[in-house]
Design a protein around this ligand. Sequence first.
Ligand SMILES: [Zn+2]
Length: 362
Amino acid sequence: MVRQVILQLDLHRHLEGSHSPTALIDVARTFDVRHPAFYDAAAGRFRTPAELVAEVTMAGPTDDAMVFYRCIIKARAAYVSVPAIGALARAAFREGVDDADGFEMRLSLFSMARTLIENQRLDWRAVTPTEFADRYAQQILIEVIAARDEVQAATGTPMLLRLGLSRTFESEPHYRALAAMVIEHARALVGLDVLGILPPPDTEPMPAPLVTILDELRPHLPDLTIHAGEFAGHASIDRTLALSPRGIGHGIHALESPATLERLARDGITLEVCPTSNRLLIPTRLAALQAAHGGQAPLRALQQAAVHCVLGSDDPTPMGTSFRSELEVARAAGVDLVRLEADAVRRWTEITGAAPAAPTVR
Ligand SMILES: [Zn+2]
């Protein structure tokens, strides 16, 4: 008998992109956040989730990454206190349960702490690195871990948390203090991620002081993933391989280089492919890659090159994605779903040290 249900493991999802309109309006009402995104001052009432959708969701594909970031920035307006962030995290984990058998959530702790400080009308650069790490970032981290633990215990759905560090790297002392603080909480996390894009010419840089911080954290959090080969070409991936990551976020531009593909396959490095994210954020680059590979979707072409690939929803709210919808996109593109599932199980086992539980019947 052919097995119909495949294990749904979302291995690339960001917390900042997982605040649904419903969760944002709930939090705005509970914490009385009268930001114009959430509150219609002229009408003297909070907006409805339906009214917020267009504000926090991309209207369509564009090569201008700012369109995406503007959605994220609007959602961040709800980061008014640690309890508000906790409520948003709880909602994001609960919504993840409806969408997957297990998932990995990435936590951009620096930007969340920075935003919390800004939303309290303070200048984050005037906050000492120690205070930034201990009073803001640590309280957020503790709250998000508690939210994860609570929803995981209540639902039985396994949820992994990975610390994301941005290559925007706004302040070395603040990053250093944050990294030192995170070591105490490393047991609640599964690894590190490097994310964020910069304006051209180098859209995916690896700042040397950030690499030093990664090196210091890795004895505590060895599993490293790096966003690369998304907005930049295969050379960006080649550069990150010097750091021995176990996963590459996106990485579809590996298709430009047979040598890069060969190295990824040989070293067993997993690419986390997010088809709708690519369609929305890098439409021109995606079209060029597809044209160069006989019209095939990158995920299918990567599988044919024997590269391990998993699937991710990336940022469900601004991109309007879910893991299930990405699975349908992959199916329609002719992706080998049995192999995709095997690669997800392989990667999950690599991250956690244990195989995921069998899928529940849906
Ligand atoms: Zn991502």
